[in-house]
Structures are given as C-alpha cells and as structure tokens.
Design a protein around this ligand. Structure first.
Ligand code: ARG
Ligand code: ZN
Length: 860
C-alpha cells in the first residue's frame, strides 16, 4: 500500500446536479453465459450548458455507439476503463449503445452474473455500470422498457421490473419477453432474472380494492419452502396500509430467491431479489430466528417500495434516508407481529456490539457519511441501524401521530424525486411546526455520546434534582463535536413504589439540570427502551438494579438492569483479577423466582436469565481484556448452573413443548426452555438431558440448542451429535450452512481442523458468499475464544481467507476483515498479530478498493 498513489474518494460536498437526464430507456438483453449483448436506446436531455456527457462503465466491451442513429467515430468520444465521455453532445437526442459483458466470469456478484444456472443482477449501489454505459447515480430517474432474449428450455422465466407486456417464441428455441415499468426509477433499482424456478402465486387486494398478483420464485423442488415468505409478504402489505396508509402501486410483485447473493435482499422495483437464506423455510429446517428474519426482511424490501423507490436518494451519501427509515419501519412491523420487548432487546444488542464498535474504530462515520472510496463499504450498521435509531428518536420526540404526519408529508412532497436527509427532516418540521435544527447534527456527527446522570434527592422539599451531561469523544476526522438533541425516556420509581411516573427528558446542552417536584421518596431513574443511541452512565447499586429488574414497567429496562449488573461484576474481576466472583443472594433469589414463576412473556424471562455476550462486554472497554471477559463469563455461568441446578431443571420440565409452531408464545417457551438446557449442560445430569433434547426435537431451534449447549459445555457427546446432524442434512444446503457455523464455533483448538476440512466439503464453494460467511464469518464473529487466541492463529486464519476472497468477491472480503481493523483495542501481543496480518494484506497487489479503503484507514 505504501508507495501506491492514494486512491480518490468522493465527497458529499462535491455533489453537482446531473448534466444530462435520461427520462426513457429501452434495453435489450441477448443472454449468453460469457457474451451477453446489451443494447440500450436512451432519450437524453441536456440540463447544464457546455458540460460533457459522462457515462460510467466498467468491464464492458463497447460494440456500437450512435447519436440520433448516426454511428460515432472513435474521435467523437473518449473511452477509459471507467468512463465513456462525449464532449459535445446535443441538447436533446437519442443515444444507442451496444456492449457485451461476461456474466459467467462475474464472481463479484455485482452487475449481471450467472451462477447456479441463474442470470441475476445486483445493481445497488454502483453495479449498473457493469451492465452498460450509463450515468450511474441515483438522481437520474428513467422509465424502463426491458426485452430479454434467451433459450427457452434453459431459462423458462425471463423477469424484469414492472409489468409483462409481451412474450414471444422466437426461432432456434429462444423466447423474447418484454417488460415495462411505468415508474421512473434510478438505475440501481433495475433488475433482471432469468432461470428455471418453481413459482408460487398468490394475490393481495389493496385497501382501495386493486388486485395485485404476488409471485415467489424458488429453486425447482423448493416450492413448499416459500409458503411462509409469501404469507409474510401479505402481512407486510396489510401492515403498511394500516400503519401508514401506503398501498402497493404495480399490478405484480415478484420475489426471486437465489443462493448466490452478496447481501440479504434487494428492493428492485416490482422484482425483489432475495438471498435464499431469507426465503426458504419450513418447520424442519428453519429456526425461530430464521422465521423472524424472513418476515422482517420481506417486510423491509416491501417497505422500500415507498421509502426508497417512490422517493429515492439524491446521492449515495444519503443512503440512510432510505435505509435508516426502512429499518425503522421493518422494526416497527416486527414489533407488531411478535414480542415488542424482544425486538427492542435484539436491536439494542446490535447497536451495543457492532455499531458501537464501528463508531469507535477507524471506519467511524456519521449516518450520512461525508467521504467514500467504495460505496459498498458504507452499507453499515451505522447507516442502517444507528440510522433507524435516529428515526426512532424523531418518533419519540414528535409522537407516533406527529411522526406519521411528517412521513406522509415527505412522501407526498417528494414522490418521484431523488432527495436528501435534509429534505426528510424539513418535511418532519413542516408537518409538525417544529424546529429540528439541532437534531440534524445526528446526521453529521459520528461517534457514540456518553450521557451521565447524577441525581440528588432533597427529602425536605420532596424534590429530585437530576444533573445530566453529554460527553462526546473525537472520531476520525471529527475532533470537535457539538451537543446533540437527546430524548431520554425515563421512569422514576421508588422502592416503596409510591413514586412511579414517566417523563420524556430532552437534553440539548452539554450539561443541564432538571428538577422534579412532589417526589414523595427517593426514586431510581429507569432508562426506558434505549431511547437514544448513547452509552448511559449512572451509578446504580445492587438494590436499585434489583428494583428495576423486578418492577420497572418497561421490559427492556428490566433486562437492561440485569445486563448492567453482570457487566459491573465482570469489570470488577477484570480490574482485580484475584477477586473471587460471588453472586449476591438477592440476585439468586430473584432468578430463582423467575424460574419458578416465569413472566407471561417467556422470551423476556429467557433474556432476564441470560448473561451478556462477549461482544457486548468487550465494547465497554477501551482496551479489551479478552481473558478476563471469557473467564468471568464462564465462571459466572458455571456458578449459576450449579446454584440453581434444581430450578433450571424444574423450569425446563415445566416449560412444555408441543409440536412445533412459529408463534410468539411458543417462540418464547422454546427460548426459555433452551436457556435452561444451556445451563443444565454444565451440571452432571446435563449430558443425558442434552442428548434427549436432541433426539426428541422436531424442529431446528431445539436441535441447534442441544448442539450448541453440548459444544459450549464441551460434552463428550457433542462429536457424535454433530456427526449425526451433518449426515441427516447433507443434501440440504441451508442446513449445511448451519452445520458449518456450528463447527466454526468450536471453542477448542480443534476448530482449525474443522475449518480446513469443511472448506473442502462437497457443498462448500469459495464463490458462494453464504458458504464462506457460514464458515469463516461465524468463526471470526462468534468464536471469541479461538478467534482471539493470544498466539494470533485465529487472525492469520481470517487474513488468509480475506486474501483468497478479495480477487473472487471484494464485497465479501471487505466484510470479513472488519474484526481485524480493531487492533488498537487489544493488548500488545494480539495487537501485533493483527497489525502484521493487516500489513501483509496491504502489500498484496491488485487489492480491491473495498479492502484498500478499510485497511488504509486502519493502519497507523
Ligand atoms: N438496498 C438493500 C437493502 O434492502 C441492500 C443493498 C446492499 N448493497 C450493497 N452493496 N451492500 O437493504
Ligand atoms: Zn434496505
């Protein structure tokens, strides 16, 4: 990397309006594995005087180019490896360009690729330029007509956006299918899929009575595994009507599931493409978590039809405009479909692990980044999930009806446009007649604020004084920060419970005083629902934490109190390694009570009985004490298992399990029962129970719970169970991915043997992102014991995988490298190993922009 010229990033500040618009485009694809011909006929209109017409294009072979039907001479345009430039283009003209591309060689899975005998596109963010020459930016909106020509037998379904307008049989066994999408859209929403599928059809009648045809395409033979997804789609369509009054707009909504896909799913207009991991499910192969993910991602992509497609982003720095908002919408949908408390807990776990880590590392960026080298690197937990938290704060501040009014105003005002985050906030302001100027800082300021609460209770005057401060630390490129507008949703709760009130405290300054009168006795301040993406600092003592865990009205806050307790305990141990960890009686008493009488929300009960995971704890330290966290967790877990052995057993038995159903109650019951099992695996009678659980299981959730419990407790039976599992499912690729992940989580050093062996498994392929993530992503993200080995073996294993993946698929490589970027957070030995791996990668020739950007930001 040293000696190499720095590569050019783009800046938000450099945004310029497009020089030309392309209101209409007609595309013809003649599909062939290694030489697909793409012909485009565009209507072009000049917008700015004198500027040249600049078209993006990568890995394309130009065959023909003409303006108003007259072929251009080679001196009339300039062609580089990334652009085609026409210096003096007329004011209004038709532009015809024919190119050829090689879908079979496209292992990056960006643009048009052929994998598993399916032609498939992925254009977001900048993949359209790998299909044809075009101004590949989201503020160029065009009406598309697409013709697809391909062999009929091999590719019986030829799909593109919009409505099917014609299907013809051609000579020589080919067919030609044409599509027209009446809604002008940016090119990143273009999609084409061709292949052989099973098609599930259904229909949905919108609130205003229009009948929409729903079609789900899956690999032949997998039809029954698509039922859940299509039912989830109908729930999402209904929900968006009732919550936001938003209806679907085309006559057909298609979803295609493919196994080769870089991400979860893509919201192409009228033709969503999904990773099959988030579509295919039935009661034997899907876990509760799988069902949850399918419903939420089906919802997410559907909700994009309004927030993303009808109103899109002006430029890619505005990505959170559609993603933060749409994640927020899918979270609200999921909360309405299942346990709202559990949804909140899971969302917060993600923020406190991956997002806080990103915010404190070399890739820290605001939810609206200001500088980007490779856009694919900015599909992050910050843009998506912190982005959703920012939207959630708006709803907290404006109230649900105020927020809905703002959203309606935004969609109506900007329908058919490509706009900015600022436009969104302006709509919220105008619809609610408020000023959100300070709130806008959430879009430009990176980093996680710390909010500290100090309380003083004046019993003589029955008054509570809160002194609250917000602290901001510098992040890369942002040394100075300003005070943010932070909504704190709190409950004041006294141990005699005479004080029990809820307040919304709005912080707007670095330090502020708040006074509450008529407070009869000293309360604790309970922070509800993680109402802002901040770290809260408050000195709770055990009795206060227990009071919250027992009596807070907010389920999230109860769970959070337990997390604070365990975090504090492990911190003491980290700071004072000789300390022996003893668990307070009152705490054991409370846990015993929950086990004997679980709350009606069993999923919450399971969470109340769970320890924080390694990543959550790690994020609480500047320098991560790996051993102290791992040993602390293990020792606490063993003690809890021993002390409460009888109660785990009793609760396990009492929590019934009938035949499998995916619904809120039974998901909760399984979670609680499997939590008990996980502790019981650590006591002498556990081994027997785990085996029984495995053989009795009629579903993937319980099966994996048995396997994971056996593995973590290092039970002798684990090997046998795992082998049985792998044989049973050796022909199912979804379940084999689960098997890969399971083996990658082996906490012993056997894991390296597994990784090597499984990378030669007949179903494994370096070209398939799902396989690579299942094996090596699980190893680096879910196996802290072995990944963070002091001898660096875990790091070098990951670095080798990254080096191998980069030439195949840079997006996947760049995602995998993330844990190594955090070298500054570890002790000398680990830090040196991580740095050595990063430096070696940096020296690789032909490093992708994806990896280059991340590594160069991370290296000292
Ligand atoms: N827009 C897609 C979504 O629904 C994701 C696209 C991800 N693109 C990427 N290059 N990583 O969230
Ligand atoms: Zn999205």
């Amino acid at each position: 990397m040293s000696g190499e010229p720095t590569r050019n990033s783009r800046r938000l500040a450099d945004y310029r309006k497009p020089g030309f618009l392309i209101p209409q485009i007609e595309l013809t694809f003649e599909l062939a594995a290694d030489a697909t011909r793409v012909t485009a006929l565009m209507q072009v209109k000049r917008q700015q005087p004198t500027v040249p017409l600049v078209l993006d294009g990568q890995q394309l072979e130009l065959q023909y180019i003409a303006i108003n039907n007259i072929e251009l001479r080679a001196d009339q345009y300039q062609l580089t490896s990334e652009q085609l430039i026409i210096s003096d283009a007329p004011a209004e003209f038709s532009l015809q360009i024919t190119t050829t591309i090689n879908p079979a060689a496209n292992t990056a899975l960006e643009g048009l690729y052929l994998a598993d005998n399916v032609f498939c596109t992925q254009c977001e963010a900048e993949g359209f330029r790998r299909i044809m020459f075009f101004p590949d930016r989201p503020d160029i909106l065009s009406v598309y007509t697409t013709h697809i020509i391909a062999d009929q037998q091999q590719y019986p379904y030829l799909l593109a956006n919009g409505n099917n307008i014609s299907t013809e049989k051609l000579a020589n066994g080919k067919s030609r299918v044409s599509w027209h999408d009446p809604f002008a859209k940016p090119c990143y929403l273009f999609a084409l899929v061709a292949g052989n599928f099973d098609c599930l059809s259904d229909s949905f009648t919108t609130a205003s009575g229009r009948k929409v045809s729903l079609q789900l395409f899956v690999e032949p033979g997998q039809q029954s595994k698509g039922q859940f997804a299509i039912a989830a789609l109908k729930r999402a369509m209904r929900w968006d009507e009732s919550r936001y009054n938003l209806e679907y707009d085309l006559d057909v909504y298609m979803v295609v599931a493919v196994d080769f896909f870089n991400m979860g799913a893509m919201e192409n207009k009228g033709l969503n493409v999904f990773n099959s991991k988030y579509v295919l499910a039935d009661d034997s192969i899907a876990t509760d978590k799988d069902y949850f993910n399918i419903e939420s991602i089906i919802g997410h992509e559907y909700f994009h039809n309004w927030t993303g497609n009808r109103v899109t982003c002006r430029d890619w720095f505005q990505l959170s405009l559609k993603e933060g908002l749409t994640v927020f919408r899918d979270q609200e949908f999921s909360a309405d479909m299942g346990s709202a408390t559990l949804n909140r807990i899971d969302a917060v776990k993600l923020i406190r692990t991956a997002q806080f880590a990103e915010d404190s590392g070399p890739m820290a960026h605001p939810i609206r980044p200001e500088q980007v080298l490779e856009m694919n690197n900015f599909y992050t937990v910050t843009v998506y999930d912190k982005g959703a938290e920012v939207i959630r704060m708006l709803q907290t501040i404006l109230g649900q009806s105020g927020f809905n009014r703002g959203l309606a105003c935004y969609l109506q005002r900007h329908d058919g446009q490509a706009v900015t985050c600022d436009d969104f906030i302006s709509a919220m302001e105008d619809a609610n007649e408020v000023n959100l100027q300070q709130f806008r800082l959430w879009y430009s300021q990176a980093g996680t604020p710390t909010v500290a609460i100090h309380q003083r209770y004046d019993s003589d005057n029955a008054t509570l004084h809160l002194s609250i401060s917000q602290r901001h630390t510098a992040t890369v490129g942002q040394p100075d920060k300003q005070a943010l507008l932070i909504p704190l949703q709190v409950q004041l709760l006294s141990s005699d419970r005479k004080v029990n009130q809820q307040h919304l405290i709005m912080l707007s300054q670095l330090t502020e005083q708040f006074t509450f009168a008529d407070i009869a006795s000293e309360p604790v301040v309970v922070w509800e629902n993680f109402s802002a993406p901040v770290k809260l600092q408050q000195d709770y003592k055990l009795p206060q934490l227990l009071l919250i865990a027992k009596h807070a009205s907010n389920g999230f806050a109860r769970w959070d109190a337990m997390q604070v307790f365990w975090s504090d305990l492990i911190r003491q141990k980290a700071e004072q390694p000789t300390l022996s960890l003893t668990l307070p009686d009152d705490l054991i008493k409370l846990m015993r009570q929950w086990l004997q009488q679980p709350l009606s929300d069993k999923a919450l009960t399971a969470e109340l009985l769970s320890l924080p995971d390694f990543d959550t704890l790690a994020e609480q330290y500047q320098h991560i004490p790996v051993e102290a966290i791992l040993c602390g967790l293990q020792s606490i877990k063993q003690q809890l298992a021993d002390v409460l052995a009888a109660e785990w057993q009793q609760c396990y038995q009492a929590t019934t399990s009938g035949p499998y159903h995916y619904n809120e109650n039974e998901v909760g019951a399984r979670a609680l029962r499997n939590r008990c099992l996980n502790y019981l695996a650590l006591v002498p009678q556990g081994s027997q129970l785990v085996q029984q659980h495995y053989s009795d299981s009629d579903n993937m959730t319980d099966t994996l719970a048995a396997l994971t419990s056996a593995q973590q407790a290092k039970l002798a039976s684990f090997g046998e169970l795992a082998t049985d599992f792998s044989h049973k499912w050796q022909n199912n690729v979804q379940v084999t991915d689960k098997y890969f992940s399971l083996m990658a989580c082996d906490p012993t050093d056997e894991v390296f043997t597994h990784l090597t062996a499984l990378s030669q498994h007949s179903l494994f392929s370096w070209k398939n992102p799902n396989r690579v993530r299942a094996l090596f992503g699980a190893f680096s993200m879910r196996n802290p014991q072995q990944f963070h080995r002091a001898d660096g073996k875990g790091y070098s294993c990951l670095a080798q995988v990254v080096a191998r993946m980069d030439p195949i698929n840079p997006q996947v490589a760049a995602r995998l490298i993330t844990p190594l970027l955090a070298w500054q957070r570890f002790n000398d030995q680990r830090r040196d190993h991580m740095l050595a791996e990063l430096k070696q990668l940096a020296a690789t020739s032909n490093l992708s922009n994806d990896l280059y950007e991340k590594i160069s930001k991370s290296l000292p």
